[in-house]
Design a protein around this ligand. Structure first.
Ligand SMILES: Cc1cc2nc3c(=O)[nH]c(=O)nc-3n(C[C@H](O)[C@H](O)[C@H](O)COP(=O)(O)OP(=O)(O)OC[C@H]3O[C@@H](n4cnc5c(N)ncnc54)[C@H](O)[C@@H]3O)c2cc1C
Length: 363
């Protein structure tokens, strides 16, 4: 039994499940209110759907969340609070659109002054690192997958895959709702109508394949290209320049056709290089790193069945109710009523749950 993890101003023990952006933001928001919570994370790294891979030359390469905009004020103010910088996505020059494999690509230009997409300087993982630094190290337990939550007369009993048990007064799930209902056994079971909905809450980007490439120089910029590509005909469906904020490290990031999830990484790399060699020339062969990540069943995402439409049941009322004698709450980006699925949704959800818990613990 782990007992030392949580003590707070009201003596209520709060356990957060999942150290993605929502779980860490919630722990940080509670800490600012004088409430210490503990976080249990199934995998060996915090971040969840935020995953910055470092290239051979040290380029921050995003395999998960990358972009946000002025429509995302909560995320932007959290970045400011944590002293992190944002910078606009590069889009100057010729962009390409491949409509058919037997026709040359169409060229287009992103108009100057268009509302920009931003990236986090140093990589999206910087927000995870900065939040983690705000939380006492012994409050974050990695490699700790929650398998069951049982209602006891006085509290909730959490069991983990490595056999430990914890008692908590309040448990907050910062897992995607579909993951929570698929991977955790609840006793008593959650109401049937709630379970039915949870299985159909779409997890944003589950099933996506993101790829990254690193180069020593931005040869495409030198040839007048923006690095932006949309394609209906090649393995790459979307691609963007991935030069760092200081413009000293270079690369591409983008999405691959989901149908290639069953290929090996080497096969996907071969088709990516083939497509880009035809569009940008032999310089593509000078890449220093290629990496991709298939977000199917990765990080316990429980990839979505095809009947789920984007953002289906995101923000649904059942995600805002409390369960297990008002001791269990849902958080996580898919619970947000605004911008669910995105980093903004994760921050909004965490802020809302922190307010709710603060009200309860102050009673
Ligand atoms: C490829 C890709 C590209 C994306 N691009 C963008 C983008 O450009 N802009 C944007 O705003 N958003 C983007 N997103 C979405 C963004 O990543 C998410 O909105 C955000 O990171 C979600 O945070 P979260 O904490 O709600 O969930 P998650 O990041 O999914 O965190 C959940 C955590 O719970 C853990 N967990 C699961 N089950 C258990 C268990 N049983 N016990 C303990 N821990 C458990 C997981 O390991 C994970 O760490 C993208 C996502 C992906 C995958």
């Amino acid at each position: 039994m782990i007992t030392h993890l949580y003590r707070m101003k009201t003596d209520k023990r709060i356990v957060i499940i999942g150290a993605g952006l929502s779980g860490l933001t919630l722990a940080y928001a509670l800490k600012k209110k004088g409430i210490n919570a503990s976080i249990l994370e199934a995998t060996d790294r915090p971040g969840g759907r935020i995953h910055t891979h470092t290239g051979i030359a040290g380029t921050p390469l995003e395999l998960g969340a990358t972009w946000f905009s002025d429509q995302h004020p909560k995320l932007i103010s959290l970045l400011k609070e944590l002293n992190l910088q944002k910078f606009p996505q590069f889009s100057e020059g010729i962009s390409l659109f491949q409509t058919k494999s037997f026709e040359p690509p169409q060229q287009f230009f992103v108009p100057a002054g268009e509302a920009p997409s931003y990236r986090i300087a140093g990589g999206t993982q910087q927000i995870i690192k900065a939040l983690q630094a705000q939380i006492p190290a012994d409050r974050l337990l990695l490699n700790t997958m929650v398998t069951s939550i049982k209602e006891m007369p006085e509290n909730l009993l959490i069991t983990t895959a490595n056999g430990t048990t914890l008692e908590a007064d309040i448990v907050v799930s910062c897992m995607p709702p579909k993951t929570a209902v698929s991977s955790v056994s609840f006793s008593p079971a959650l109401p049937e109508n709630v379970r039915l909905i949870l299985h159909h809450v779409q997890t944003w980007m589950a099933g996506a394949i993101k790829f990254v490439m690193e180069f020593e120089s931005p040869f495409w910029r030198d040839k007048g290209f923006s690095g932006m590509l949309f394609s209906h005909s090649g393995i790459i469906s979307e691609m963007y320049d991935h030069t760092n904020a200081e413009e000293s490290k270079f690369g591409f990031t983008g999405f691959l056709n989901g149908a290639t999830a069953g290929y090996s990484q080497e096969e996907r790399k071969m088709y990516v290089v083939k497509q880009l060699k035809e569009l940008l020339g032999d310089d593509i062969l000078r890449m220093t790193a290629y990496h991709d990540k298939v977000w199917v069943d990765e990080e316990l995402l429980y990839s979505n069945s095809p009947d789920l439409r984007p953002h289906q049941y995101n923000g649904h009322q059942v995600l805002h109710d409390a369960y297990l004698n008002n001791r269990f709450y849902f958080c996580g980006t898919e619970t947000a009523t605004l911008h669910p699925g995105y980093m903004e949704g994760a921050v909004l959800a965490a802020t809302a749950v922190a307010e709710k818990l603060n009200a309860i613990t102050c009673k």
